[in-house]
Write a protein that binds this ligand. Sequence first.
Ligand code: 13P
Length: 251
Amino acid sequence: MRKKLVAGNWKMYGNLVENEQLLSAVIAGLNGLRDAQVAVCVPYPYLPSVQNKLQHTHISWGAQNVSQYEKGAYTGEISASMLNDFGCHYVIVGHSERRTLFGEDNRTVAEKYLAVQRAGITPILCVGETLAQREAGTTEQIIEEQLAAVIDLAGIETLSKAVIAYEPVWAIGTGKTASPQQAQDVHAFIRKKVAVQDIDIAKELTILYGGSVKAGNASELFAMSDIDGGLIGGASLVANDFITICRAVHN
Ligand code: 13P
């Protein structure tokens, strides 16, 4: 059975006090959901306090970015092994905000993915097309290129210890969600592309949908056969909404 996961991506929000309140509410709200796979990916400086708060719960934690380098004179960068020191289970790589706002190309994303793998952490690899690309009919080509860069560098077998998140750029933070069928079509395409190289890995691969997932639309998205959960931005900052979304994946 494929692992289902709901991961919150806090982006650059929060502070010590707010994080504490949010996590207390989420822990309480998810109590009893023992086999739920739930994670939060938080800003770097909060990793120690989040680790401390979550370490005896069923909620995992992780980071939103990482350096592709192991160590060295890279001012301001954070390596995967440093993230290991704080017990990170997941690292998001290739989020579209990193790709568009910080110039990360497919090659850099693949290097970051590999760095995370080598540290024994599970990468959450984001792929997705812009509105212009969708309208030009190149969605599948874009996704295929994003995937191929990673598979070529790291090897297909690494996908057995990775999560993919399909996040159409036009749906992120816009309130516009891909319809369940639109999302399902791309998820099925991703699984098919992986299956060509390794059918067993494809069957077990957790593929999340991200982009304006809310308490009100999570169930219909998660009901689709190739959607194994969500990567949640804005709604992961609102305890009750995040709890509802986490429960939706396990219904
Ligand atoms: P929103 O849920 O705010 O649209 O963000 C999605 C996202 O970027 C998750 O990584």
